[in-house]
Design a protein around this ligand. Structure first.
Ligand SMILES: *Cc1c(COP(=O)(O)O)cnc(C)c1O
Length: 491
C-alpha cells in the first residue's frame, strides 16, 4: 500500500513512494498536500460477514492491516489488542457495555425512521479523539523504538486535542509532549484533566495570553527549521493519516452492530469541524461499506454546511469565527477537507493544488458551476453521499432537553448538534447513526443552562479539580519557549 500527496504530480509521486510507517510521524506532505492511499482497499461481502463476529480490537486489526502493510501482522495485532480494551474505554453509561468499546443505543424506532447513538466518547478524556489518539500513542512508541529514535510533540490546545494527546503519550518511551494552553482560559474540568497528569514526559505550559498566542508560538517555533530538526519536534494534529485511518474502524463497527445482513444500508451524522471524523466515514464508504448518507453537522461555524449546500468553500476570518458552546467545532477552515476535494475533482493533484492556492490568495473557491465559478464539480457531491446541516446555541439547548425528556440520557453539546441535524435527514428503512463525540460532563456549563442540573460524571472524575496540578506559566515569548524545550529534551 502506497500513499500519495493530494498535490503530488505523478512524476514526483513515482520518485517518492511512501508507506504507512513513512508518514506515521508526520503531518503535511513536503509539497503542502495531505496523504491518501494511492487506491482504497476494498472490503468484500464475505469479509463483512466474517467481521460481524469480531471484537473491536480484532476488527481494528483487520482494517488497519489493509493500510499499514509495512507493519508485520503480529505486531499490528498486539498493538490493536493493547489499545482497544474495556479498561481504556471504561466510561460507558451504566447500562451499556464497556466491552463494546463504541456501544450503540437505539433512541427512536418509529415511522420517521430509526435514530441510533454510537458512543465514541468512553476513552480517558471523554471525547472521540481518544479513539484514534490512543492507537497513535502505541504506534509512535513502537515505531520510535524500532528505529531507536525519539520525538518531541509540540502543540497548542484549547481543550480536547491536547488532553487526548497527553493521555495517549503519557509514559510512552521515546516521546515527550509539550502542550501550550491559554493560562486560566480553559474550563476547570479541562484544566484539571491535563494539569493533573504527573508523568515526567508530559509538559503543560500555560501561556499568558489567548489560544491564538499559543498557536502563534507553535508556528514561530516550527518555522525555525534548524531548531525543529535538532529538537526532533513533531505534531499530532487532525491531518495525521494514522488518526484518520483509526477512525475508519468505528464506521465499520457501527454498521455491523446496526445491521444483520450486508444488503442493508445505514447513514451517519457526524458533528464536524476539521472534517477529520467524517473524512474517515468517506473512506469507509469508498472501501465498500454500505453507507447511504454521510451528514456533516456544524455549529454556527458553518464552513462545511455552506459547501455541502452551495458548492462554495469559504474560509472565515478571525472576526467571523464564533466562540460557541460546542467549542471543539469552532474552526475557520476545515483542515482535512482537501482530502475530499481531491476525490471530488477526480484525484487530479494539479487541480487540487490550484484550488487550495486560491484558498490562500482569495480565501476560498466556488465549484457550483455558476458563471465565473472555479468549476462545476459540486454536481458530483451526491455521488459521495454527503449532506449537511447546521445548529445554533438555542438548538443545542432545545436538543439536550428533548433528548433528556424523550430518551432519558444527557448528551453533550457537540452530539446535540449531530442529533439536531440528523433529525432533518432521517429516512424510514435506513438507520441513522449519530456519532457521540463527547460526554456531557466535559461541557457542564451548557448542560446546567439546558437542564438546570449538573451532568453526571463518570466514576473516577468526581474530584478531578482537587487533584494536585503540574504545569508552568510562561509569557508568550518564543525565545523563552525554545530554551524551555531545549532544557527538558537535553538535545
Ligand atoms: C474534535 C471534535 C469534534 C470535531 O471533529 P473533526 O474531526 O474536527 O471534525 C467534534 N466533537 C468533539 C467533542 C471534538 O473533540
Amino acid at each position: 500500500m502506497h500513499y500519495v500527496s493530494t498535490r503530488a504530480t505523478s512524476a514526483s509521486a513515482a520518485r517518492n513512494p511512501q508507506q504507512f510507517s513513512d508518514i506515521l510521524l508526520g503531518g503535511l506532505a513536503p509539497d503542502g498536500g495531505l496523504y491518501l492511499p494511492a487506491e482504497y482497499p476494498q472490503v468484500t461481502g464475505a469479509e463483512l460477514d466474517a467481521w460481524r463476529k469480531l471484537s473491536y480490537a480484532e476488527l481494528a486489526y483487520e482494517i488497519l492491516r489493509k493500510f499499514a502493510t509495512d507493519i508485520p501482522d503480529a505486531d499490528l495485532k498486539a498493538l490493536t489488542a493493547r489499545t482497544y480494551t474495556p479498561e481504556v474505554y471504561r466510561n460507558a453509561r451504566a447500562d451499556e457495555s464497556s466491552a463494546d468499546i463504541t456501544p450503540l443505543r437505539v433512541l427512536e424506532d418509529g415511522p420517521k425512521g430509526t435514530l441510533v447513538l454510537q458512543a465514541l466518547s468512553n476513552g480517558p478524556t471523554l471525547a472521540f479523539k481518544d479513539m484514534a489518539m490512543q492507537l497513535l500513542g502505541n504506534l509512535f512508541e513502537y515505531a520510535l523504538a524500532k528505529n531507536n529514535e525519539e520525538l518531541n510533540i509540540f502543540g497548542a490546545t484549547s481543550g480536547d486535542t491536547g488532553s487526548a494527546a497527553e493521555y495517549a503519550m503519557r509514559g510512552k518511551r521515546g516521546v515527550r509532549v509539550f502542550m501550550l494552553s491559554p493560562h486560566r482560559k480553559m474550563s476547570a474540568f479541562q484544566t484539571a484533566q491535563m494539569f493533573s497528569l504527573q508523568d515526567p514526559n508530559i509538559f503543560n505550559i500555560a501561556v499568558e495570553g489567548v489560544f491564538d498566542d499559543c498557536q502563534d508560538l507553535v508556528k514561530a517555533v516550527s518555522n525555525d527549521l534548524e531548531f525543529k530538526a535538532r529538537q526532533k519536534i513533531g505534531t499530532v494534529n487532525s491531518i495525521n493519516w494514522a488518526r484518520v485511518v483509526a477512525q475508519v474502524v468505528y464506521y465499520f463497527r457501527g454498521y455491523l452492530a446496526a445491521t444483520t445482513s450486508n444488503d442493508q444500508k445505514v447513514s451517519f451524522t457526524v458533528p464536524s469541524g476539521n472534517f477529520g471524523n467524517i473524512c474517515a466515514g468517506h473512506i469507509a464508504r469508498m472501501m465498500g461499506l454500505p453507507i447511504d448518507k454521510l451528514v456533516a453537522a456544524t455549529n454556527e461555524n458553518d464552513v462545511l454546511d455552506e459547501f455541502f449546500r452551495t458548492g462554495v468553500y469559504r474560509v472565515r476570518k478571525p472576526s467571523e469565527t464564533f466562540h460557541t458552546s460546542s467549542p471543539s467545532m469552532d474552526i475557520s477552515k476545515a483542515s482535512n477537507f482537501e482530502r475530499f476535494v481531491y476525490e471530488l475533482v477526480g484525484r487530479d493533484p494539479e487541480r487540487t493544488h490550484a484550488l487550495f492556492r486560491k484558498v490562500d490568495t482569495h480565501g476560498g473557491f466556488d465549484l457550483s458551476g455558476a458563471p465565473g465559478s472555479d468549476g462545476d464539480e459540486f454536481r458530483h457531491v451526491a455521488r459521495f453521499g454527503f449532506l449537511s446541516g447546521r445548529s445554533t446555541h438555542a438548538d443545542r439547548l432545545a436538543t439536550i432537553r428533548d433528548v433528556a425528556d424523550d430518551y432519558g440520557i444527557t448528551i453533550d453539546t457537540h452530539t446535540a448538534d449531530g442529533i439536531k441535524v440528523a433529525r432533518e435527514h432521517m429516512q424510514p428503512g435506513v438507520p441513522m447513526i449519530v456519532l457521540e463525540t463527547a460526554l456531557a460532563a466535559k461541557f457542564n456549563e451548557t448542560i446546567l443552562e439546558a437542564l438546570g442540573q449538573d451532568a453526571e460524571r463518570p466514576a473516577g472524575f468526581e474530584d478531578i479539580e482537587s487533584l494536585p496540578q503540574r504545569f508552568v506559566v510562561m509569557p508568550a515569548d518564543v525565545g523563552r519557549m525554545k530554551s524551555y524545550i531545549a532544557e527538558h529534551t537535553g538535545l
